[in-house]
Ligand binder design. Structure first.
Ligand code: BES
Ligand code: ZN
Length: 885
């Protein structure tokens, strides 16, 4: 991992709470004031002391603690306690009046806190009402360690307790919490009311939530009788209909799939204007970014609508995986995130067939997990977490996408009914309690009669994943495969650890490409397997259905044999994707050349599936990226090659939706036409411009699925005039997806003054919500100028970024950091990037420790770009010469 600064500086020492005291119940009363951005709090915590002690420790942060007192026995008078505070650990130490023997006591806290604007703890969001005046609402984000911003608590997932929440708010506001309201009474003075909520089940502090504001809602009931509501700020509730319908279905579906009914009487889903993540699974009060919950049927793109379905299903899956059964410590974060991610696809796959979601799984989960896990700066799924400050960084494609893919692999290996049985056992056994990974393996072993621990620990405890090298020989009617495994590292180098996995291998063959012909388990470094009944010349492919989390590198002979069935699409789509995605990843290792990739891509001229074209497109963008660094002439020829490859599809697809098409067609159309436009294909560019003009001048709607592509062309080719039009659109639309797309498009402008204007508008004038500012970085990597500008801007404003997002551990900050560097492509830039963080005065040693992995990953990504170019320079020259362009 990248380290810098003083290597001898001691790592910041971190401490968990002492285990001799446990909370059993909290009574928390808060009075938020939306005008003053503050709240007053009074809480009583029932604590069981298990060993004699004269000190108790709890978490608290950014709270002004006015008093702490102890009630040692029921009926005793409360005794005031002295306290001391450690602001590195956020621990409040409470000195007890005397040594207390093992017994139950009560702690009473009086405190004041801030409704901050950092999107963590109890914080405020800003929005404009219909008349344009500024309004605020207050809501919470407690995961991972921010409950302590709202009330003093034992803020670690292991300390489950019940909660009684009471909120005192102005009469015209709605107050929500995890549970249903049990009473609403006027407060003294008459302007405020006291809203008391029912007692929660036993749960971890990070799942507590409140929301207070002028809210409206729509509601429905599940078959099982749970009241579901979608809340929004005024004027948006209709956009919640899609999510409401889906969430009702989802609760019933999970009730049955997990065989445990959702235990709360209600579940609210609320769209919050300022929200740092996508969504948060608070039990009974799930919070979402507006864009992740709200849908306008005529305006939302298919992709975004499917994202909404996935996010809704993800958070609701947490109600079981995470809320009912919680990881003991953050090391096992994947136990909730990996399973919520897997279940989101299970639900959407079964209930929203129109999205063809398992096709998208391959790119969005499998390929994305492999892409991060191919780096040397990856980490194992079960990751050691010492200081929770490092935590935000772990919510990454390993914890989500790799875990998800590994779950899918295991589900296929054990079969769905067996997998389901194991999960049900696990959930029942650990409900209202905590678990570790081993507990899950034990349940799955019990369900399957297999040693799941032995099979899976390699996948969750080692970082990385294998690439299998395969060669073959024929023996009569048998095909003998020699399979060798080694860690796949994107730079093609060696693995110093000599990692080994147990790899479930499936095999399919040319005569029946849709079936699994044979199954094996690779346990050794190298093994031979016999596939019976394969005719000479018939192709053999590993990883049928691309269900395994590994890549395959075939001998030339094996790969060539598959090409005709890729071209004819006789090979199933999941396999075509897997094959092409593997090849594209192998480009960076130097083991496959761009010329070889182009050869396979060329045999996909008749390809008709969006996801496969996506994989081809990704490989071709690597060619263009290299060509851009070589010379103007090379870039010109490379663009011509791309046009030659995409032109036929582009002509067939056209721009307009045809009746009877599936949801993938419009996305495919957008992808192909956007690539042609980027390659400089004039007729395509003109057509896009026409779409935009017709939209502005005649009000002809742009199909939502081709909107981003259209905006992109306008930004890249439309100069200042196009830029201004996009800016105007962003300013006048009220729909968040359009806002976001306009920003991503504008960030692709090739003109520096326009980019400067955009960054000033977004960051300095704060016209873009902090949650969305990272989108200004998304498109900058598409030009040299943009990449350099973004990097320079990041360096010059790092202080403001840190301040705005709440520090180096903020995931928004870390995502900006990555975007600002990852498109560079030279050794010199890699060094510059790394050195900057070593020397940056705005960072301290803890920050550097927190950022070590994201920095290391970005440096590695830059080096990979450089490497790709160096190993393909001459190949590209030859390829372009031979292509008769
Ligand atoms: N529990 C997370 C939210 C979270 C992430 C809290 C990081 C604290 C730190 C939630 O369940 C989640 O995973 N949200 C995802 C969306 C999901 C569909 C993958 C997110 O916010 O991106
Ligand atoms: Zn989650």
């Amino acid at each position: 991992m990248a380290t810098c600064g003083n290597p001898n500086a001691p790592a910041v020492k971190f401490e968990r709470l002492p285990t001799f005291a446990e909370p059993t119940h909290y009574d928390v009363r808060l009075s938020p004031c939306l005008n003053q951005f503050s709240f007053e709090g009074l809480s009583t915590v029932d604590v069981t002391i298990k060993e004699a002690t004269d000190v108790l420790k709890v978490h608290a942060q950014s709270l002004l603690i006015q008093s702490v007192s102890l009630v040692a026995n029921p009926g005793d008078a409360a005794k005031t306690c002295d306290t001391s505070y450690d602001d590195k650990l956020n621990i409040l130490s409470i000195k007890l009046p005397s040594v207390v023997q093992p017994q139950k006591v009560q702690l009473i806290f009086k405190f004041v806190g801030e409704l901050n604007d950092k999107m963590r703890g109890f914080y405020r969001s800003q929005y404009k009402d219909k008349s344009g005046s500024e309004k605020f609402l207050a809501s919470t984000q407690f995961e991972s360690t921010y409950a302590r911003y709202a009330f003093p608590c034992f803020d670690e997932p292991i300390y489950k307790a019940t909660f009684d929440i009471t909120l005192e708010v102005e009469n015209h506001l709605t107050a929500l919490s995890n549970m249903n309201v049990v009473s609403e009474t006027p407060s003294t003075g008459g302007k405020r009311k006291i809203v008391k909520f029912a007692t929660t089940p036993k749960m971890s502090s990070y799942l507590v939530a409140f929301a207070v504001g002028e809210l409206e809602y729509i509601s429905a009931q599940t078959k099982s009788g749970v009241e579901m509501r979608v809340y929004t700020v005024p004027g948006k509730k209709e956009q919640g209909q899609y999510s409401l319908d889906l969430s009702v279905k989802c609760i019933d579906w999970y009730n049955e799939w997990f065989d445990i009914p959702y235990p709360l009487p209600k579940c609210d889903l609320i769209a919050i204007p300022d929200f740092s993540m996508g969504a948060m699974e608070n039990w009974g009060l799930v919070t979402y970014r507006e864009i992740a919950l709200l849908v306008d049927p005529g305006v939302t793109s298919t992709r975004q609508k499917s994202r909404v379905a996935l996010v809704v299903a993800h958070e609701l899956a947490h109600l079981w995986f995470g809320n009912l059964v919680t990881m003991k410590w953050w090391t096992d974060l994947w136990l909730k995130e990996g399973f919520a991610s897997f279940m989101e696809y299970m639900f959407v796959g079964a209930n929203c067939p129109e999205f063809k979601i398992w096709l998208h799984f391959l790119n969005d989960e499998l390929a994305s997990g492999m892409s991060l896990d191919g780096l040397r700066n990856s980490h194992p799924i079960e990751v050691e977490i010492d200081n929770p400050n490092e935590l935000d960084e772990i919510y990454d494609s390993i914890t989500y996408a790799k875990s998800n893919s590994v779950n899918r692999m295991l589900c296929y290996y054990l079969s769905e009914p067996v997998f389901q049985k194991g999960l049900r056992l696990y959930l029942k056994k650990f409900q209202y309690s905590n678990a570790v990974t081993q507990d899950l393996w034990t349940a799955l072993s019990e369900a399957s009669g297999q040693n799941v621990n032995e099979l899976m620990s390699g996948w969750t405890q080692q970082m990385g994943f294998p690439v299998l090298n395969v060669s073959q020989r024929q023996d009569g009617n048998n095909r003998i495969l020699t399979v060798q495994q080694r860690r796949f590292i994107s730079d093609g180098g060696e693995d110093s650890k000599n990692s080994l996995w147990q790899v479930p291998i499936t095999v399919s063959v040319g005569s029946s490409p849709n079936d699994v012909k044979a199954r094996f388990l690779l346990r050794e470094k190298q093994q031979e397997f016999v596939v019976e009944g394969v005719a000479p010349g018939e192709w053999v492919k590993l990883n049928s259905g691309t269900t395994g989390f590994y890549r395959v590198e075939y001998s030339d002979e094996m790969l060539t044999a598959m090409l005709p069935d890729i071209a004819s699409r006789k090979m199933p789509v999941l396999d075509r994707f897997g094959l092409i995605n593997d090849l594209s990843a192998l480009l960076n290792t130097g083991r496959v050349s761009i010329a070889q990739f182009v050869q396979v891509a060329a045999s996909s001229a008749n390809e008709d599936e969006y996801v496969v074209w996506g994989a081809i497109d990704e490989g071709m963008s690597k060619l263009l990226m290299c060509a851009r660094e070589m010379s103007d002439d090379t870039l010109k020829s490379a663009k011509q090659l791309v046009i030659k490859m995409f032109e036929k599809s582009g002509a067939e697809l056209g721009f307009a939706e045809q009746s009877g098409e599936d949801s993938q067609k419009m996305m495919l159309r957008a992808l192909v036409q956007a690539r042609l436009a980027r390659a400089g294909h004039r007729p395509t560019i003109e057509k896009f411009n026409q779409l935009f003009t017709d939209f502005l001048e005649k009000g002809t709607p742009i199909h939502p699925d081709i909107r981003l592509a259209t905006f992109g062309v306008v930004a890249r080719c439309g100069g200042k005039e196009g830029f201004d039009k996009l800016m105007n659109l962003r300013e006048t639309t009220t729909f968040q997806e359009i806002e976001r797309q306009a920003m991503i498009a504008m960030s692709q402008t090739p003109e520096q003054p326009l980019l400067a204007q955009l960054f000033e508008y977004g960051f300095e004038k704060n016209k873009v919500r902090p949650q969305d500012q990272l989108y200004l970085f998304v498109g900058t990597g598409s030009t040299h100028m943009g990449q350099q500008y973004a990097w320079k801007y990041f360096c010059e404003h790092i202080k403001e970024f840190l301040e705005k997002y709440g520090g180096a551990n903020s995931s928004l900050f870390q995502r900006c950091l990555k975007f600002a560097g990852e498109s560079f492509g030279s050794e010199q830039r890699a060094v510059e990037f790394q050195d900057y963080f070593c020397n940056c005065k705005e960072l301290n040693d803890t920050d550097r420790q927190t950022l070590a992995r994201p920095i290391g990953q970005t440096v590695e990504a830059i080096r990979l770009n450089a490497r790709l170019l160096e190993s393909n320079r001459s190949v590209i020259e030859t390829l372009l010469k031979q292509s008769n362009l």
